[in-house]
Design a protein around this ligand. Sequence first.
Ligand SMILES: C[S@@+](CC[C@H](N)C(=O)[O-])C[C@H]1O[C@@H](n2cnc3c(N)ncnc32)[C@H](O)[C@@H]1O
Length: 221
Amino acid sequence: MPEPSAADWGDRYLQRLTPWDLGRAHPELVSRIESLGPPGRAVVPGAGYGHDARALADAGWRVTAIEFVPDLERDLGEAVGWAGDVVIGDALQWTPREPVDLVFDHTFFCAIPLRRRPEFGPWAESVLREGGTVASAVFPIGRSPRGGGPPFAMSAFDLADALGPRFDLVTETEARQPRGRSWPTRWAEFVRMPDSFVSPTGLRYLADAAATRSRPGRRWP
Ligand SMILES: C[S@@+](CC[C@H](N)C(=O)[O-])C[C@H]1O[C@@H](n2cnc3c(N)ncnc32)[C@H](O)[C@@H]1O
């Protein structure tokens, strides 16, 4: 499956060929959920059966779960609960009614065909409020890029590259490893810089960025 279509993903679920599915939320998300800040609005692109979306909803977040696969709508509706939304369609085309506080990626970025990765940064920037967070269970670490995909090889640097200068990497660290996964996972968090921190040439005011980095977890109003 070199570049799967929405229908290809749907077939995988129909045939229950879903080796990525942990059957529960990623353990690193569970352990960090409180530190993601006071619950606000979150979006989970490529949400699958919705385990991570459910964990966020249970922690008080209003979650929008986005999936290519219409058959997952019911699972996702149950996962996000009455306060959340389910969107069936291309996550990278979705725009919220109001900016969200958190984008949570877990095996979504690594499922995007490489030619579409450059869409991820402008999309994340368009959906997040200033000071909002992109948090990622970065997987698969150390997989050969020659292996194709999905999952396509991925590191926090690939995410940083796709997100561009409007995002500041504030956390990049080891993550709990779910059983049965062939490659390690890391955890990364990026903050969407306020527009005033970015010059028209794309250069950031680094002193200000460093000040925010020294206060992990700080959120702009
Ligand atoms: C590897 S699976 C991961 C599912 C879930 N995050 C998990 O960890 O169980 C990737 C998921 O992203 C969905 N997907 C891939 N590209 C998408 C896109 N552009 N928009 C919405 N969903 C997408 C697929 O249908 C699939 O369910």
